[in-house]
Design a protein around this ligand. Structure first.
Ligand SMILES: Cc1cc2nc3c(=O)[nH]c(=O)nc-3n(C[C@H](O)[C@H](O)[C@H](O)COP(=O)(O)OP(=O)(O)OC[C@H]3O[C@@H](n4cnc5c(N)ncnc54)[C@H](O)[C@@H]3O)c2cc1C
Length: 400
């Protein structure tokens, strides 16, 4: 698909919902498996589109990757089509934020680097969005210091500022989306685990859950890392990559900033509205014995002592760049597992093996939840296929 077509597709969404579903005698009954940020956005958008929605969550709101997410909203990817999808999502987040008071921090993103490697990293980031509708701006060292006077950034050989970016509190925003969905009539079954799916002549009739049978016309599976197992109940076959990630959280500190920061080494951090600093670690744990449990995809950190040691070390590194943050401010360390498709792109759409069962699973799911919620709801209720989602179909993993 060419970019022009993409933009036309996104643009037409702004004109409002198709009324194709209104000819039914009763509203379409749609189940949503998973109340992470993506399932919650889908549930809300389905209700706004007129569906009769039941959300089914096995543990609690935001219990999966969402709770453990850094939750930076950004469009930094090389592929222009994928970048436009992310930019459309940022625009949709602004709409949702205005309408439902989500408290998103639209402070922008500051990225600086030192030495040849740092300069190349910042330049590569800049190049990814330079020709987009929301380009970043290169910054002089003086501008960095003016923008973030609390930093002791060290030498700065290149820096950029992306004014369009934001960050959010993933748990608080998920709860708010669920609250908004429930106000639109969405039923919320929790704790309730989807265990089987029932079909008649190839059409979905119900989800069988740990708390009973839910009669359905359509199902959207937004169950994070559990999505492949549920898709398999409907004949869908794909896997996700192993992608753990770690965050250190402080106690509430005095207000410093609403920026999202990324400097050299371990200096990525943001501050939530409640004052807590959230620091982001390198994406992959080293291959050492203590991380065997992490590598086996177990949710528990190997030991409480190691958890504290790791968290305090992250904050000690960070204090070199921001002295207001100290190792003693450490409160907790979280380990999360990203739902990571093998090609790092969303997997969205009806399963070829079961057209009433849609899946939505992605990394960068916080960035993308707003637009995917809208697009998935539109496809499910209208029964159409959005050209915007064409590159992300589950069919691409079909065995050849
Ligand atoms: C450390 C880390 C940093 C990240 N940083 C960013 C970032 O900066 N920006 C960004 O955009 N993204 C980021 N991500 C990715 C992002 O957090 C995820 O893509 C997103 O949270 C996925 O949301 P989800 O709703 O799809 O899945 P989840 O949040 O995992 O939710 C799935 C839900 O499904 C439920 N469930 C599972 N099985 C069943 C069942 N059988 N029945 C009922 N319910 C079930 C689970 O309990 C869970 O609540 C990060 C992730 C991590 C771990």
């Amino acid at each position: 698909m060419r970019r022009r077509q993409f933009l036309v597709g996104i643009g037409s969404l702004a004109t409002g919902w198709s009324m194709a579903g209104s000819a039914r005698r009763r509203p379409l009954r749609v189940g949503v498996v998973g109340a992470g940020i993506l399932g919650s956005s889908i549930g809300l958008h389905l209700a706004l589109a007129g569906a009769d929605v039941t959300m089914i969550e096995s543990v609690g709101p935001a219990a999966g990757a969402t709770r453990n997410s850094y939750a930076w909203l950004n469009a930094f990817v090389g592929d222009p089509l994928y970048r436009d999808l992310r930019l459309a999502s940022l625009a949709r987040w602004r709409w949702l934020d205005d309408r439902y008071a989500l408290g998103i921090q639209w402070g922008g993103y500051l990225n600086w680097g030192a030495g040849e490697e740092g300069r190349a990293t910042v330049q590569a980031n800049f190049d990814q969005i330079v020709d987009s509708s929301a380009p970043a701006r290169m910054q002089s060292p003086d501008e960095v210091v003016r923008r973030a006077p609390y930093l002791t950034p060290g030498p700065i050989d290149a820096a950029l500022f992306a004014p369009n970016d934001g960050h959010l509190d993933p748990e608080a925003v998920t709860l708010r989306l669920i609250e908004a969905a429930r106000a639109c009539g969405v039923r919320f079954a929790c704790p309730s685990r989807v265990e089987e799916l029932a079909f008649r002549h190839g059409r979905l009739t119900a989800a069988i859950t740990s708390t009973g049978r839910v009669e359905l016309d359509r199902l959207v599976v937004a169950a994070g890392t559990a999505t492949p197992a549920i898709a398999a109940l409907a004949g869908g076959h794909f896997s996700l990559a192993h992608a753990p990630g770690i965050l250190a959280h402080t106690h509430p500190l005095a207000f410093l900033t609403n920026l999202t920061h990324e400097g050299p080494g371990e200096s990525s951090f943001k501050q939530l509205a409640n004052g807590r600093i959230v620091a982001y670690d390198a994406p992959h744990p080293p291959d050492i014995a203590a991380h065997t449990g992490i590598r086996a995809n177990e949710m528990d950190y190997p030991s409480e002592a190691l958890r504290r040691e790791h968290g305090e070390r992250m904050l000690a590194h960070l204090s070199r760049y921001c002295p207001q943050i100290q190792a003693r401010d450490w409160a907790r360390l979280t380990l999360g597992f990203r739902p990571m498709p093998p090609d790092d792109r969303p997997i969205v759409g009806a399963l070829p093996s079961a057209p009433d069962v849609h899946i939505a699973v992605t990394h960068s799911g916080v960035t993308l939840a707003a637009i995917l919620g809208r697009l998935v709801a539109s496809e499910v209720v209208d029964g159409t296929r959005s050209t915007v989602l064409h590159p992300y179909r589950p069919e691409r993993f079909a065995a050849h």
